[in-house]
Design a protein. Structure first.
Length: 469
């Protein structure tokens, strides 16, 4: 663990990047500061009739664009410092991937495993009510999403509570990551992991960068260790495996498993579901301590659990040449220096895990327009393409193999459009950040380049609005 508070760590990345910009100190201070923090303690009646006081927060780091956006996490490690740090990361992330939101984050200080479903529902609804009363939620104000320890179920409770209280036409857009039937969007659940895959694949495709790391270009055959097999970690592992990478290690709460030859991630998940643990999986050997997983021999390490996992203490022992930050803040700021000095490529959280907020943005647009993507044009596109291909057959005299016309003519479904928009967003962000790095002779690390990118965009918004002209 590190003793430097998380928000101070994020700010140290900001300060390092700010030196590469020429903005006035006052503007930089305004961008860096956390605009609002709401803290609440509310009562929860447990199933046994006892009353517990539960602490919750919502931090809005920046309202330079509205609404602000960021997940809600349920964890006993929650604190004001943590929500402020994570809200700041959201501001920078949204700017980098050109999603028009400010940055926010919320947390409730509980271990969800210790509560029944009805208790979690009461707690989530009460927290939402507190946010609603203090105007810390709303489709044009602040829009939460899932994060560590929360998922579509909690988002559905939030939407339902807000709708009941607010009576607004667009109320359903008050939260994203909802189940499909409650105004969610196809592809949201796996979006963050899928985005992590797109970002890592793009990095591996860059022959020049791979050569510097002593690796061949391309994802094919690269060995991967994943920390945390939750939403983000599981999906990242699955898409990386489907993309040709070899999963050689996974670490979870209960321990770690390793096989240098690789194993099938779905088989490991099935084993964990059956037995309740990663350990004892026939396809790999058990490791004594879960922390050892971070130090395994591999090309790519994907920390996808929580912040402060790679510290100055274990950074010298990390063997991976690439770290893909799927979690928020998994590498401490002092470990960051150690790894950079060792030539490890860190693909920063500031855009690598932006897939979730990108698809949340699509969900929010869908909610406000009250229209599913692809609904208007799909049949029309299908008919146009079918006519075109039939005309080619008729007039050019070719005959396409059976099924070809149907395959080619198929119009895009909502999920196709979402995944296409996500892929484009992450690839564009990667290349924008890499261009900034290369403009500084490649001497700048990716995280600093990502923060430069974010600072420039937030500063532009302030300037164009006439604040700090
Ligand atoms: P999750 O709760 O679904 O999964 C986290 C997993 O990590 C759990 O299975 C947990 O048991 C495991 N874990 C916790 N501590 C561990 C440790 N020390 N070693 C190994 N495993 C450990 O959460 P998630 O939604 O997948 O979020 C994970 C990270 O990704 C968080 O940092 C979150 O802020 C970030 N993130 C999530 C999203 C999203 O859309 N869910 C978006 C962006 C960023």
């Amino acid at each position: 663990m590190t003793n430097v508070p998380f928000f101070a760590q994020v700010n140290s990345h900001f300060d390092r990047a700010a030196k590469f910009t020429d903005h006035r100190p006052g503007l930089l201070r305004q961008i860096k500061t956390c605009n609002q923090v709401f803290h609440t303690t509310f009562p929860l009646q447990r199933d046994d009739g006892s009353i517990e006081s539960v602490e919750g927060w919502r931090a809005v780091h920046s309202s330079h664009k509205l609404p602000s956006k960021g997940g809600i996490r349920f964890t006993t490690k929650a604190s004001e410092d943590e929500v402020m740090a994570l809200a700041a990361l959201m501001t920078y992330k949204c700017a980098i991937v050109n999603v028009p939101f400010g940055g926010a984050k919320g947390a409730v200080k509980i271990d969800p495993h210790n509560y029944s479903e009805p208790e979690l529902e009461r707690l989530t609804r009460r927290y939402t009510f507190e946010l609603t009363q203090k105007r810390f939620i709303g489709p044009g104000i602040d829009v939460p999403a899932p994060d560590y320890g929360t998922g579509p179920r909690e988002m559905a409770w939030i939407a339902d509570t807000y709708e009941a209280v607010a009576h607004e036409l667009d109320a359903i857009g008050c939260v994203t990551g909802k189940p499909l039937a409650q105004g969610g969007i196809r592809g949201r659940v796996e979006a963050t992991g899928r985005g992590v895959f797109f970002g890592i694949r793009e990095a591996c495709d860059c022959a020049e960068d791979m050569k510097k790391l002593g690796l061949s270009p391309g994802l094919e055959g690269k060995t991967v260790v994943v920390q945390g097999l939750g939403n983000v970690g599981y999906h990242a592992a699955k898409f990386l495996q489907d993309g040709g990478a070899v999963i050689v290690g996974v670490t979870e709460y209960e321990g770690a498993v390793y096989n240098p030859k690789g194993f099938d991630i779905e088989a490991l998940v099935a084993h964990r579901e059956d037995s309740g643990s990663l350990l004892g999986f026939a396809g790999a050997q058990d490791l004594a301590a879960r922390e050892e997983g971070l130090e395994l021999e591999c090309d790519i390490l994907v920390p996808a659990a929580l912040e402060n996992q790679i510290t100055v203490e274990n950074a010298p022992r990390v063997k991976a040449k690439i770290i893909g930050e799927a979690a928020n803040g998994p590498v401490t700021s002092d470990a960051d220096k150690v790894l950079n000095e060792r030539g490890v490529m860190i693909i920063p959280d500031a855009f690598l895990n932006a897939g979730g907020v990108t698809v949340s943005y699509f969900e929010w647009v869908k909610n406000l327009s009250h229209l599913r993507f692809g609904r208007l044009g799909r049949r029309f596109d299908m008919r146009m393409r079918t006519t075109l291909l039939q005309t080619v057959e008729e007039h050019v005299g070719v005959e396409f193999p059976p099924g070809t016309i149907e395959d080619v003519a198929q119009g895009a479904q909502e999920e196709d459009l979402v995944n296409s928009g996500l892929e484009d967003t992450i690839i564009e962000a990667f290349n924008e950040v890499r261009d900034i790095k290369m403009r500084h002779d490649g001497q700048m690390d990716m995280r600093t380049a990502a923060f430069v990118c974010a600072i420039e965009k937030v500063a532009l918004t302030y300037r164009e609005r006439g604040i700090f002209p």
